[in-house]
Structure formats: structure tokens, C-alpha cells
Ligand binder design. Structure first.
Ligand SMILES: [Fe+2]
Ligand SMILES: [Fe+2]
Length: 253
């Protein structure tokens, strides 16, 4: 069963409700809703929402509504990215995904190093994972700086020129297709490193005896991968094609 926009609370009694942990595994953003309600989704997450709410005296309908709002938000945003002003899209990418990466990198670098140090002898793949994550970390920081300092401001300038019926602004890099090609190749490199980590970690599956840090590391790496996929999707599939088309339109105008 998945949570759909149409589903209402309470769920039909015949259906086996998802546990809190299952909901977070399916969509890690839901962890934040549970955190806000003080519901344990980690160690005590293998229970249905209603049971936990009853015990903690929380209104399950309110939690359910917050979870559904999250589903609606994601769907609505996806629909609007294709026609909203480009300045809004670049601001969203920086504010949501670049911010997330900047916050996640130091924590994940520390955790990969710590888990590799403690368990690397029995699980040498952890040392490899730490090395590959360090590469991603270095690459992404420089990559995002280039986007924020060079490419995105130029895309925003083009969008403003179009809106104000001004000519195509000059660019030191020639056509916008040049930095876009470079960004796409860097996305591929980060994606490849992340795929290696996925394979090394057996799709982020910790061994049965894994300690909490080990488990948290794999869950966080999977969350990082999910965010990276969404981030790159917004750039490669929506922002960049729109920027290329806009440059063309400004040339012709
Ligand atoms: Fe980016
Ligand atoms: Fe990027």
C-alpha cells in the first residue's frame, strides 16, 4: 500500500497499515514530520502510526494530514517547475538542494571516516566508501560554486532580459551550452561515484550485526543519493534545456 493523495484517514480496517519505519524508508522526508510530532521512526519505528499515536496521545489524523501534504507538495512542485520563472527554479535548487548538500557533506565525511576506522578491518568496503564519498564531497563543493557564481546568475540574467525585452547579455564563456556541458559531465561523475557506493554497500544494506552508526551512515547515504538524483534531475532535465531554449529565443529576438 502507498499513501495516495486520495486516501483518507482512517485507513480501511482490512488494509494492513504501513509501519512508521516503512513510511520513512519509502520517503525520507516523512522523517521530519515524525520528528516534529516526537514520534520515534528509528528504533521504535516498526509500529503502525495509529498505535504509536494512541500511546503518546497524539491525534493520528493530524499526523496523517501532514504526511499527505508532503505528498501533494512534491507533486505540485514537479508540475510547476516546467513553466515557472527560471529565477524561481534556480533559487529553489540553491535553497533546497545546495543547502542540503552543504549541510550533509561534513556530517557524512565524518561518519564515513569514523565507521571505516572502527569497522574497516572486517568490512574493507567501508574504507572504499569513505574514499569515494570524499571524492564526491570535493567535486560537489566546487561544482555548486560554479553553478552559483557563474551559470545560474547568467541564466537569471537571460530570464530577466527576456522578461524586459532586452538583448541577450554577453557571456565570457560564449554559449550557455559550454558551462552546461561541463556541469552535465560533473553530474555524471558524481552519479558514477554514488553508484559505486551503492554497489559497495549492497544497496545501502547494513550487515545484521551493524551498530547504530553503521546503520545511520547507510540510511544517510541513501538519503543523500535520493536528494542528488532529484537535484540533478531538476538541472539536467528542466533547468538546462530551458536555459538552452531561452538563449536560442534571445538570439532570434
Ligand atoms: Fe546544483
Ligand atoms: Fe549541478
Amino acid at each position: 500500500m502507498t499513501i495516495s493523495q486520495e486516501s483518507t484517514y482512517p485507513l480501511p480496517i482490512a488494509e494492513k497499515p504501513l509501519t512508521i519505519a516503512e513510511m520513512v524508508v519509502a520517503d525520507y522526508r516523512k522523517a521530519e514530520v515524525f520528528r516534529q510530532y516526537g514520534i520515534d521512526y528509528c528504533c521504535g519505528g516498526k509500529k503502525p502510526l495509529e498505535e504509536v499515536c494512541l500511546k503518546k496521545n497524539i491525534d493520528p489524523a493530524a499526523v496523517w494530514q501532514a504526511l499527505q501534504n508532503l505528498d501533494k507538495q512534491a507533486e505540485n512542485l514537479e508540475e510547476t517547475w516546467t513553466d515557472m520563472p527560471l529565477q524561481g527554479l534556480t533559487a529553489h535548487i540553491v535553497g533546497t538542494h545546495h543547502q542540503y548538500v552543504l549541510q550533509a557533506l561534513p556530517m557524512l565525511n565524518e561518519l564515513t571516516t569514523k565507521v571505516a576506522r572502527v569497522h574497516g578491518e572486517r568490512h574493507p568496503e567501508l574504507i572504499e566508501i569513505a574514499r569515494h564519498f570524499f571524492n564526491i564531497s570535493q567535486e560537489l563543493q566546487m561544482h555548486m560554486q560554479k553553478e552559483e557564481n557563474i551559470l545560474f546568475p547568467f541564466i537569471e540574467k537571460m530570464a530577466a532580459a527576456w522578461q524586459e525585452e532586452r538583448p541577450l547579455p554577453p557571456a565570457m564563456f560564449g554559449s550557455v551550452s559550454n558551462p552546461i556541458r561541463m556541469m552535465e559531465s560533473e553530474h555524471e561523475s558524481a552519479g558514477n561515484e554514488m553508484e559505486i557506493i551503492r554497489q559497495l554497500s549492497d544497496h545501502f544494506t547494513p550487515p545484521a550485526e551493524a551498530c547504530t552508526s553503521y546503520r545511520v551512515l547507510f540510511a544517510k547515504l541513501e538519503e543523500f543519493e535520493r536528494d542528488l538524483h532529484r537535484h540533478v534531475h531538476l538541472e539536467n532535465n528542466i533547468l538546462f534545456p530551458r536555459a538552452l531554449q531561452l538563449e536560442q529565443q534571445l538570439h532570434q529576438a
